[in-house]
Structures are given as C-alpha cells and as structure tokens.
Design a protein around this ligand. Structure first.
Ligand code: TEU
Length: 540
C-alpha cells in the first residue's frame, strides 16, 4: 500500500528500514557497500513492505567514524558512488513507494571540512566561530570533559593557542550553533537535499547541538528548543518531510516536546531508555548487568502511555551502534528464529513508527572477532584505555563482544556463498560465519522465516487501524517471563502475548475471547502454555 507522503503524519502508518551503506551491498568488488548496491536490492526491500529507508551518512567523509565525520555535506563519498547514483537511488526508491531519509550530522563536521580548515587559520577568520574554541595553553585543558569515544573533549591547536571542543573523536569538531551564520548555512544545505527529493531526515545526536561546555552541558542545552524550532521553520518547510532526531537524553516530557503534533520541532525522536536496561547505573555501556524483563515492560509502557496523546514514538531495538537484538533479549542459538520473531512481534504491536535495522529481518546475530579484525575506533580506544588501566584483556573482549558497535556492522548476509554475496572482493570487515545458514536467499525461500514474519507484521500494521490508534494497556506487569499487552480502539482489540524465556510458561490471568482471531504466531499451532519464545497476536 502506497502512502500519501505529502501530508503530515503519514509516517504514523509507515515502517522504515535503516541501511548502513558500507555493509549493505558492494557492486564493484572493493569490499565496501555502495549506492548501486542499494539500488540493486530495492526489490528485496519492496517485498518486505517498507515505506522508507534511513540511509546512514553517504556524504564526502574521511571515514574516521564511518561517515559521521562529514567533510562535504553536498557531495557523495566516492567509494559509495556519485551524485548521479544518489539521484537514481532516490528516483528508483520513489517508484517503489519508498522514501529516502538522509542522515544529517549537524552537531559536528569532519576536521577536514573546509570550514574547519579555514577556522584553524586564525582567530579572525570568518569560519573560526563556526566551531567552539577556548583559549588555553598546551597541557592545561579548559576543563576535564571527556569525549564519547574516550580521551578529552578538547584538542589543542598550537598555531592558535586554542582548544576546540569535540563531543566525539578529535576528527569530529563540534559546530557552534550559537553562530547564526553557521545555522543558515546548514539550512541551505538541507534545502539542497530536499530539492533532490529526499523524504526526510534522521538527525544525529540532535539533543547535543546546543552544548555549553563551560557549564559541562552536552545534551539539552538552554537554546535547544529554540534551535529546533528555527531549524524546522527554515529547513523542514514541507508538511510531508519526516524528521527523526537521535536523542540519548530524551525522557517522556522532553520527547513530547520534540515530537509535539503541531510539527514545531520534529516528527519523532529515537529515545534510548529501553536500550540502557542492561547497563550498570552511572557506568559506561561496557559495564553490563543482567536483563530483567519487568524493567523492559515498565519502560515500554511509560513511552507508550506518555506519547499516546502528545507526540509520537519511534519503535526500534537495533541500529548501527547497538548489538544485535536477538543476541541480547533473545537466544541466538537454538531458539534464534523463534526469539527473533517474538521480539519483532512485541515491538511491532506497539504504537509508533517501527525502524528495522538491516539484517534484523533475517535474525542476524552478534559476532566474535579478533581484536585486529574490528574496525570501530570506539572498540580500539576502549581496548587501549582499559588494558592500560589494568583490566584483564579477556574481560575487555567480553565487553566488546557484548556491546561493540561492529556487531551491527558486519556485512549484510545475502547468500550462503562467498562473503555472503556482499562482495566479490575482500570485505572491509569480516562477514559473520553464520551466513551459511542465516541469509536472505534462504529466508526468502522459507515461508516460516524471520523475514516473512516481519513482512506479515508490516502488512498487519497497514491493515488494522488498531496498530496506529489503539490505546495501550500492559498486562501482567510483574511477570518475569511474559510480556503481554492490549491495544484497543472502539472497534478493535489487539492482544500481544510474548514469552521471553527459553522454557514453557503457563499464562495465568489472560483470557482470549472465543471470537478472537490469531493474526500471527511463531509456532504452527496453539498449546496450553506458551512454548520457548512463543509469541501470539490476537484480534477481536
Ligand atoms: O551516535 C551517538 C552516540 O553517542 C552513540 O550512539 C554512540 O555511538 C555510542 O553510544 C558510543 O558508545 C551517533 C551515531 O549514531 C554514531 O554512529 C556516531 O558515531 C556518533 O553519533 C557521532 O556522530
């Protein structure tokens, strides 16, 4: 079903799919995915039934952080292709009812961006104030703020006798949003992409643009909402443009504001409260603790209820920064297929716009590589820092296996053959060996595959209004193994029941009326109790 994408709110009925171009499909044998590769896989995505592709950055970049360090916002990274390829992708996707959602990295640029090269030339250079500088002497940092990827958030430029601020790598200097000229320049750049026909934008770390380093503020700076309203007014003029902001700091009240339905800021945000549930409070993401299902239920309930009337939810379990969900909340061994389908069912029954991350629809899993085979700068920084601090190397590797970003970045598994059909060359990062049995070719051929389960979920969301509008009610909040909820409109009731354990679980306290239809299940039949990772969706 094709949606009318000129109207605000079309995304409430949509499902999006994230592509990490570097790892999706290579066509020229250099071991790195490219735009032509994406074009060649549009039929596959059309079959899945998605309405839009969130494309991780494809702009010109030295690739220190795989494209999240942009050196030219209006040009394509040549290894991915040309502007003509990009135009072709936009056009061919549109023909299939699929919008391209570009990734906008507005918090920082690459240190190779001409603005930064100019900025470094002198304090009175017109571009100097595009970045965030503080006077200082070498060795005496302006303050002790750290960067997300390890090390200080300040780097010294001896020629200027100044430090610049970077929340991420030193090669990703933060842009100074207090400068109105910089903001106007960004809006013009955005209009360039709107004119090319993209359907919207995903905004990288958008809650961090209004930073105030002197006050140790990174997220939710005092001018954030003012900046977002201006950005929306000046750059996102069309009602049909969908905008989704990455906001690690978002709680429900903030998200209500970011995604308020008057369209003043963004269509929705990615919030991460459900993602941090296996993290020790106050510690980095590497220091994990066991998962506890009631925490997930309370968290999802809070978001479902919180954004029911005001705002709009995004729904996701995976992206290019996160470990594979089946290896986290599911079972990536015996019950991989069942648990992948169960997790999808749990999520896609909720209110919001679902995002599927490439390979999630195949039940792709985490990977264990040798340290030297990892490519992510964050992993290498972590290993160096923690081993220098006396951590046992094996313990550090365990953290990397559990939480490293490269888990999500191994190549898409298309076939059981060489390099999973991703490339004819040497892949830039190893292919997961389990492509021999986890791959799209096998999934397409098997009507019971994870892929077809996702396809059915997407179809259901488009068939029944209850998915978009139904009011949420959590059932059995304390149950340690069962996640069950109801969605209800005046006309329809949807019941979702999921077993998060690898054991059979009796379900007490939920009755399924006689007139209910089972819309979807990950087991062929129905039994008294719920079998390992069983999921059922009923409608009446
Ligand atoms: O990520 C923002 C961010 O802070 C985290 O997702 C981060 O990658 C992770 O938690 C580190 O532990 C965004 C992008 O999604 C990410 O790929 C980029 O590296 C980052 O911004 C910088 O642009």
């Amino acid at each position: 079903m094709k949606l009318d994408k000129t109207k605000r709110g079309w995304w409430e009925s949509a499902v999006f799919y994230q592509i990490y171009p570097k790892s999706f499909q290579d066509t020229d044998g250099d071991g790195i995915g490219d735009l032509k590769g994406i074009i060649s896989r549009l039929d596959y995505l059309e079959k899945l039934g998605i309405d839009g592709i969130w494309l991780s950055p494809v702009c010109q970049s030295p690739q220190v952080d795989n494209g999240y360090d942009i050196s030219d916002y209006q040009d394509i990274y040549p290894v991915f292709g040309t502007m003509a390829d990009m135009e072709e992708l936009i056009r061919q996707a549109k023909d299939r009812g699929i919008s391209i959602i570009m990734d906008l990295v507005l918090n920082h640029s690459s240190d190779q961006h001409p603005w930064f090269l100019e900025a470094k030339k002198g304090r009175d250079n017109p571009y100097h104030d595009y970045y965030v500088w503080r006077d200082g002497t070498q060795g005496k940092l302006p303050n002790d703020m750290g960067s997300v990827f390890g090390g200080p958030a300040w780097t010294y430029v001896p020629e200027l006798g100044q430090y610049y601020f970077h929340q991420f790598a030193p090669q990703q200097p933060d842009l100074n949003w207090d400068n109105p000229r910089l903001r106007q320049e960004l809006y013009q750049m955005i209009r360039f992409w709107v004119d090319k026909g993209v359907g919207g934008f995903r905004l990288d770390v958008i809650d961090q643009i209004a930073k105030v380093p002197d006050a140790f503020i990174t997220a939710n700076g005092p001018r954030l909402h003012e900046f977002l309203e201006e950005l929306s007014r000046e750059a996102f003029r069309e009602d049909g443009l969908v905008t989704v902001g990455e906001a690690w700091s978002a709680d429900v009240p903030r998200a209500q504001q970011f995604s308020s339905r008057d369209g003043k800021q963004l269509s929705m945000v990615f919030q991460f409260q459900h993602i941090g549930l296996d993290q020790q409070p106050g510690k980095p993401k590497w220091d994990t603790k066991p998962l506890h299902l009631p925490d997930l239920k309370t968290c999802m309930e809070r978001w479902q209820l919180g954004l029911q009337e005001e705002g709009w939810n995004s729904l996701f379990l995976n992206n290019h920064d996160l470990p594979r969900i089946v290896s986290r909340w599911g079972d990536d061994g015996v019950y991989r297929v069942e648990s992948a389908k169960m997790l999808a069912t749990m999520l896609h029954g909720m209110q919001g716009t679902p995002y599927i991350y490439q390979g999630e629809e195949l039940g792709m899993t985490n990977v264990r590589l040798e340290l030297s085979q990892y490519r992510d700068l964050e992993i290498h920084n972590l290993y160096a820092e923690r081993t220098a601090a006396g951590y046992d190397p094996e313990t550090v590797m365990e953290s990397i296996y559990a939480r490293g970003r490269d888990n999500a970045r191994t190549p898409m598994q298309w076939t059981p053959g060489d390099n999973a059909g991703f490339t004819t060359g040497t892949p830039w990062i190893p292919v997961n060996e389990n492509h021999s049995f986890i791959n799209a070719e096998a999934a397409l051929a098997d009507p019971d595959s994870v892929f077809h389960h996702y396809r059915r979920l997407i179809e259901l969301r488009k068939t029944y209004e209850v998915f978009r509008k139904g009011k949420f009610r959590l059932l059995l909040p304390e149950d340690p193994n069962i996640f069950a909820y109801i969605r209800k409109t005046e006309k329809e009731t949807l019941l979702v029941v999921c077993n998060f354990s690898n054991k059979e679980q009796a379900v007490d306290g939920i009755s399924v009326p006689k007139n209910a239809r089972c819309l979807l299940s990950n087991y062929a039949d129905t039994a008294e109790a719920l079998r390992p990772y069983e999921a059922k969706m009923y409608l009446w």
